[in-house]
Design a protein around this ligand. Structure first.
Ligand SMILES: [Zn+2]
Ligand SMILES: [Zn+2]
Length: 351
């Protein structure tokens, strides 16, 4: 049966405005493209940033979303690794696999890709999505896998792991503090455990999230609502933490990181910052610290898939809510009020 010429999608219409609209179904534009029928997608904190108008590159009319799993509907003539009906995981990062950055596995900076889905091209919060450079930007899902769990591997697990845990150089026995117990902070927590740190201190202002963090293996939790998080963390470490992971993206949480890191320690910034922070270089210059930043490369996705397969990682633990695709506006409300809704990740199904 021929595909319908139109489909439903979540469309951004400028700051504060999204709508569930009928739009043209995407088509193959380049031989390296694949057209994927979305089966499950989700909403990212970054989508909320876009909705606030923090990402001006996203124009009115853009279909949002950069995470999801689906089934290949059609492939371009140059796609070799996938065929119609294959189940696939969509990476939030598109990569050509050929440019200088791709050769260094810095897919985030691919000269013909990077984070473009739901940003510079139409994204995954729709019935269908066009995926450029399909061979390098999709991952096969074997039959019988928990596809909901794998939606967590489009973005948040690689991001928490690569930009938090690997950049922060978490080692066995380390004291790790994670500032922000949202989905990204939780992904950093769950993947930090792969390295057996001695202590994981989770910091947030929300009781539900801190309780959840304990269930996920945080050894200590600190509620930063009273503004004394630095004191509370330093009180339980000898000279500060080995690794401070910033998973919020505001000056207050970055400040906690730069005030709790021990000499020789790491600050790994994951948060998306909308405004500048004051780097206290007058104190840090003598401390031999390492400060890292980054956009996820998703070069660890194949490894993370193996840890899910072997049950070392259970990303489905982050899923708190389920919606149908045509309830996506409600899903945005719930995710946008995550604290009052006790929400972490929402799954949106195109049944
Ligand atoms: Zn995201
Ligand atoms: Zn490239």
């Amino acid at each position: 049966m021929a595909r319908q010429p139109t489909m439903k999608a979540l469309v951004y219409l400028g700051p504060g405005k999204i709508a569930w609209e009928t739009v043209p179904t995407p088509e193959i534009l380049h031989p390296t493209d694949a057209l994927v029928k979305i089966t499950k997608t989700t909403i990212c904190g970054t989508d909320l940033h876009i909705l606030k108008g923090d990402v001006p590159a996203v124009g009115s009319g853009r279909i949002l979303g950069h995470e999801g799993v689906g089934i290949i509907e059609e492939v371009g003539s140059a796609v070799r690794g996938f065929k119609k009906s294959d189940h696939v995981l969509i990476s939030c990062i598109t990569s050509c696999g050929r440019c200088g950055y791709c050769k260094r596995q810095m897919y985030a900076h691919c000269e013909d890709g990077g984070w473009i889905l739901g940003h510079l091209i139409d994204g995954t919060q729709a019935e269908y999505v066009r995926i450029p450079h399909a061979d390098n930007s999709l991952y096969p899902i074997a039959a019988g896998k928990d596809e909901e769990a794998l939606v967590m591997l489009s973005d948040i697990f690689p991001t928490g792991f690569e930009i938090g845990v690997l950049s922060g150089a978490v080692k066995p026995g380390d004291v790790v503090a994670i500032i922000g117990a949202g989905p990204i902070g939780m992904a950093a927590l769950l993947t930090a455990k792969l390295y057996s740190p001695g202590k994981i201190i989770m910091v947030d202002t929300d009781h539900f999230r801190l309780d959840t963090a304990r269930k996920f293996g945080a050894t200590d939790v600190v509620n930063s609502a009273d503004g004394d998080a630095v004191k509370a963390i330093l009180a339980q470490t000898k000279d500060g933490v080995d690794v401070a992971i910033e998973a919020v993206g505001i000056p207050q949480t970055f400040n906690i990181c730069q005030r709790i890191v021990r000499p020789g320690g790491h600050i790994a910034n994951i948060g998306v910052h909308g405004k500048g922070v004051e780097l206290e270089l007058q104190k840090l210059w003598i401390q031999n610290i390492t400060l890292t930043t980054g956009l996820v490369n998703t070069n660890t996705t194949p490894m993370l898939l193996k840890t899910v397969e072997s049950k070392q990682l259970m990303p489905e633990a982050l899923i708190t809510h389920h919606f149908k695709l045509d309830q996506i506006l409600r899903a945005y409300e719930v995710f946008g009020n995550a604290a009052s809704e006790n929400a972490l990740k929402v799954i949106i199904s195109n049944a």
